[in-house]
Design a protein around this ligand. Sequence first.
Ligand code: C2E
Ligand code: MG
Ligand code: MG
Length: 831
Amino acid sequence: MKLRKDAIWFDDKIRDIQSQFSDYLEAKTQLKPREETLKIIALYVFIGGLWILLSDMVLSFLVRDPDMLIQLGTYKGWFYVALTGLIFYFIIYEKINLFKKAVDKIFEGFEDLSAAHEELLAMDEELIHQFDEIEKHRNALMISDQRYELAVEGANDGIWDWDLESDNYFFSLKGKGSFGYDDTEIPNRHDSWKQLLHPEDREKAVKLIESYLASQSGIYESTYRLKCKDGGYRWILSRGKGIWDKEGHPVRVAGSHTDITEYMELQERLYQEKELYQNIIHGAAVFILGVDTEGRIFEFNPFAEKLTGYTKNEVLGTKWFDMFIPQENRKQTDEIIQAILRGETIQNQENQVVTREGRRVDILWNNSVFRDSKGTILGIIAMGTDITERKAMESKLMSLAYYDGLTNLPNRQMFEKILKKQILQAKTNEKKLALLYLDLDNFKKINDTLGHHYGDKLLQGIADGLRATMKEGMNISRLSGDEFAVILPNVMDAKTFHSEVIAIMEAINKSWVIEGNELYITSSVGIAIYPDDGQDVQALLKNADTAMYAAKENEKNSFAFYTPEMHEKSLNFFNMEMDLRNALMNKEFILYYQPLINLSTGKIIGVEALIRWLHPERGMVPPNDFIPFAEESGAIIHIGEWVIQEACRQLKNWYNMELPQIYISVNLSARQIRQQDLIEKIIHITEEMGVDGRNLLFEITENVALHDLRQSIHTLNMLRSMNMRVALDDFGTGYSSLNYLKKLPIDMIKIDRSFVRDITEHLDERFIAKTIIDLAHNMDVIVTAEGIETETQYKILQEYGCDFGQGYLFSKPVPAEEIEKLLLRDKKIDN
Ligand code: C2E
Ligand code: MG
Ligand code: MG
């Protein structure tokens, strides 16, 4: 601005000086020294000439007097001098005056000039300074121009310039990059720009520039797409500034074009990603939760809202813990969160969440940390699945798998887990624990005789009773049918938990009334102590079981502590089972025979074949010591078959010896009754041996018969159809019901020796024996009394009309030769 003022002032000054000088120049043109001098001289010569010619003439004409003429000639000379002097005075004065004026003007001009010179000097300095400035600016501008050019080029940006007066619209981008237009292809007109606009953006973009131009101020900014040569479009950010004339008409707008296609695409991708992420969050049927490092909620999706009953707005910014985690789980959950924030991966983590109504839902979480672009952890994004139903199902399955359905007590698997845990605890605390193995005495009989339904009720009652005796830390499980186990932790010695054992046994050992039936039940308990009797679950269980068997054997309704001797005994049993497999092959079995006496005649009417095992090391093993194992292992089938064969062989032998005709009775075990080909085998043997079926009697115990009544009836009927006879052994020991007795096709009952034993002392037993005999006779069934040891017993039974008898009074079970002697004796008596 200043520069411009200076220039104007300088112009004026020059013009001023020029106008002054024109005066001098004019004066200079007037000042022609030679000509002026010649003019003056010529004038002088002319006037002088004229004067000389005319004055003398006039004077001579006028004055004729010579003197006068001479006089007047002198006067005329002086007049001439005066006149010419006057003329010259004016001429010279004028010229000198003009010269003076010129000199004055020159002087004035000089003064002005020197003032102007001063000014000019100052201005020159100023100009130099300004020139420097301009130069600097120019350089800066050049650099910035270059910079701009580089920036614009490098950034694939451009400039645009619209001269509205000429409608010249130029934009540099059109030839560049993706636009790729030739110079001439797109006319530099504003319309061309409009044509290149994307149809969707055109209206808006045109309106925007128009409204900017109308606004007459500010910065123009607009975003739109422009068409490229290849038909594609690129996003442009256009910015610019306008110039308006005095009337407010826009004259020119120019600015920059920035290609923001990549940015817009990125923005679009970001938008789409955001949309996608929002859709997932909104639509996902999982609990999506975002918490910052302080545990404050920043994301809470609709599923979470639905599940918890809280809205997102309600929970945003609140602490996740305070709002949703049950008090007792907060510490643990906090530890997990801290671990995740430290960068540890913790997946499939379960916890409970409390809903608005206070309901607890189980959630399975998958967590991931949420970071900013620098990798700083901002929080946690957790996705949770509602596993409440699954958990319920699991616990149901768990209870099915680990709890007994009937009594709801832990089952064997669960018990083993519990015991394992308790052992570990005892080990850590250096404490002892007691394992009680409980077995109900004769429960099988209850089940067999009164039915499973009845047995189940009893078991439930017992389980409830046992549960009631449990003190803190104690644990009770049902191991199998009638077996229970109790764990007593922290025991010092046997005395300290004696009362607990008694309480437990008393909970069982009492009379039970179930569905109107009263019965008395007892139990046997085996006790093993950790660590004395075993270090692990299996050893403890095995030893408590062994102790339980010992208790049972000893006397039912008792308890026994495990001792190493028991182990030895059970080891013996184990070995026996092994030996049993080879006994038949090694011909270690023999049959003893015990005579059956006709109580009225005193004669042998038959013998009962009773097996003996001549063990190479143990000596003679009684059947009660190995039959149960043989039964369990299945060896009884082959052993039983051998017994039948051997008995028949013996019978045939006696025939051949022409001894008195007797029958042989053979005991059948439960397995044999169920044996499919038993009858076939018997037919085969009898035919092979040539034995008359009439001389064979088969004994089955009451319990065996009742255990599988239908099968028993079938087998017994088959035997009887072959004229063989059938006896019900050990009658009175089971829960025999007369109803069953009626159904069974039997020829004989054998009163158990427990009745016979007490018959002499107890009136009750005597009465029972009498009743049984009468009942049997009423049903046409022969009665044999077992275990007659005394004459008195014999007498009483004889008196009651008991048909046959068997017992040490007559003979113990003896080898066949002994029987032969007895038979021979009878034969002699007969003869
Ligand atoms: P059981 O069939 O009731 O046999 C009678 C048992 O009573 C025999 O015992 C016999 O020795 C015993 N006994 C007989 N009279 C008296 C007496 O006056 N006083 C005493 N205290 N006992 C007497 P054993 O031979 O030890 O047989 C026991 C059980 O073993 C038998 O009872 C029978 O159930 C079973 N048994 C024996 N041999 C066989 C066999 O070959 N097969 C099957 N399945 N079981 C058999
Ligand atoms: Mg018998
Ligand atoms: Mg018997």
